[in-house]
Ligand binder design. Structure first.
Ligand code: TXA
Ligand code: MG
Length: 322
């Protein structure tokens, strides 16, 4: 297959071109504030099927539908509880996905046959421009998982998208380059189908922020079946072996806060100043370890109950290996 087109000049014309390509059934990889997504028209069954084949993703793993604003919620969801509206109002556009009862527009090929749908308004100028152009020509929403092969790390740059899935895209597909992602870990997923919000995947929107917004205590009721592919223990894994501890030895890669020194012979992959920067750099640091062909990377886990929860979650999955 020949290479997808790479668009780094995301002008209004380019976005109109990309929206038209989506409407034509092409796949468009695009930046969001969390990670890059691989998008298709969420009402086009064949286009959505191509997402699954490009990613090698099992068909029962549902996709998030990206929408231009919370005004489009009711197109895709029904029985929206008040607390979900509070969350949407407070955190969209932003790194948060709401799981809601689906409307008739959300077909089985989006929801993996479940009666719920995941919805998100991303906070990235290119993603929003694309969504708005798509909406203008009658598009209802863009289905987009992270733009990586199943089980791998999510890409946080357009270059990483190209390396992950470029060879499986065709010459009419597009990769939009919007620079490195500002958040760096995937959105917080919140189940809004019971009386209280429940976190299915931690992210930059934290438990405290959710409780503050909704006035409700987060439900920690466990779900039986795995409905979230990101909840598989070995998801988000690089090739390199990830070791969670504080001390690295010569030959190992090392990810730790800037105030930790690099021991002799250790390959420093990231030195974040704070937890937000840790999240932003994490996946590119692990990708670099793979590029360098390292055998082991030591990551010092950040302490805290904010975005640190998401970082520790992804680190522990990465440490479980592929
Ligand atoms: O930050 C993000 O959320 C990125 C950007 C591109 O928006 N997207 C992303 O998508 O991480 P994906 O498909 O890689 O991960 C979404 C997760 C999957 O584990 C999927 O199973 C889960 O969301 N999900 C989607 N719809 C769901 C639903 N109706 N019920 C439960 N889980 C759902
Ligand atoms: Mg993913």
């Amino acid at each position: 297959m020949s290479a997808p087109q790479f668009l780094s000049n995301c002008t209004a014309d380019a976005m109109a071109f990309a929206a038209a390509a989506l409407k034509n059934g092409q796949l468009i990889a695009f930046p969001t504030e969390t990670v890059y997504g691989l998008g298709a028209d969420a009402t086009n069954k064949e286009a959505v099927a191509r997402i699954y084949s490009v990613k090698s993703r099992p068909a029962d793993h549902p996709l998030i539908v990206h929408i231009a604003s919370m005004n489009e919620l009711e197109k895709w969801a029904s029985d929206i509880p008040t607390f979900a509206v509070s969350l949407a109002r407070d955190f969209w556009p932003g790194p948060m996905t709401l799981i809601l009862a689906r409307s008739r527009l959300a077909k089985d090929f989006i929801t993996g046959g479940q009666d719920t749908v995941g919805l998100r308004v991303p906070n990235h100028s290119v993603a929003l421009a694309l969504l708005n152009e798509f909406s203008k020509i009658g598009g209802a929403g863009i289905a987009a998982p992270s733009a990586n092969r199943f089980g791998h790390l999510s890409p946080t740059t357009a270059q990483a998208v190209q390396e992950e899935i470029g060879e499986f895209l065709n010459e009419k597909d597009l990769i939009l380059d919007g620079g490195p992602c500002a958040v760096g870990v995937e959105s917080t997923i919140i189940d809004c189908t019971s009386d209280a919000p429940r976190i299915l995947r931690p992210g930059a929107i934290t438990a405290e922020m959710i409780e503050e917004s909704t006035g409700l205590k987060i439900s920690d009721h466990k779900i039986e079946e795995i409905r979230v592919s990101g909840s598989l223990e070995n998801h988000y894994a690089p090739i390199v072996k990830v070791i969670l501890c504080d001390i690295a030895i010569a030959g190992q890669g090392f990810i730790a806060f800037a105030n930790t020194e690099t021991p002799e012979g250790v390959i420093r992959l990231a030195s974040p100043e704070n937890s937000e920067e840790y999240a932003r750099l994490l996946y590119s640091a692990l990708r670099r370890a793979d590029e360098l062909g390292l055998r082991e990377v030591v990551a010092v886990q950040p302490v805290g109950i904010g975005i640190e929860v998401a970082i520790r979650d992804r680190l522990s999955r990465a440490a479980n290996g592929r």
